[in-house]
Design a protein. Sequence first.
Length: 180
Amino acid sequence: MATHLALLRGINVSGHNMMKMDALKTMLENIGFQNIRTYLQTGNVFVDSEEDASKVGFMIKQEIFKVFGHEVPTIVITKEDLELCFKNNPFLKEKDIDAKKLYVAFVSTQLKKENINDLKISQFKPDEASIDGNRIFIKYAVGAGKTRFDQKYIEKKLNVTSTIRNWNTVTNLLAMYSEE
């Protein structure tokens, strides 16, 4: 049995796609997942399953639509994905980095470093980004709420599904994975 982390995009944010975590946990138990844990109210869910990551994501997305009526993009990642965030984030190597400005966009497919050109990140200076596999490391100059370089932009430019988490959340999710 493996532990999977499902990142649900856009639930319980600004009154959209509302669902109580207790109801979500019950729904996940009803379709066979075990040891369900959530972090925050915004769609970070650990589940244990014999299924592989893609099947877990499909099952969760399908059941949320069936039970709650919400179309919720879901990306399932592993502990190794989170560990690579710490190992490969180029912005962590900068002196005096403000972790509050760091984010990670998790995307549905593997990207190539050349895809950074497709993002046209130069249009968003002084924001910065770096691609690493199925992650895009982002350093916002001012903050995530004051940029057009967001999840919708990433999805449109790269034709992928994505969800973004701030660095504090990434850190806490890895800590929860490590508690296993």
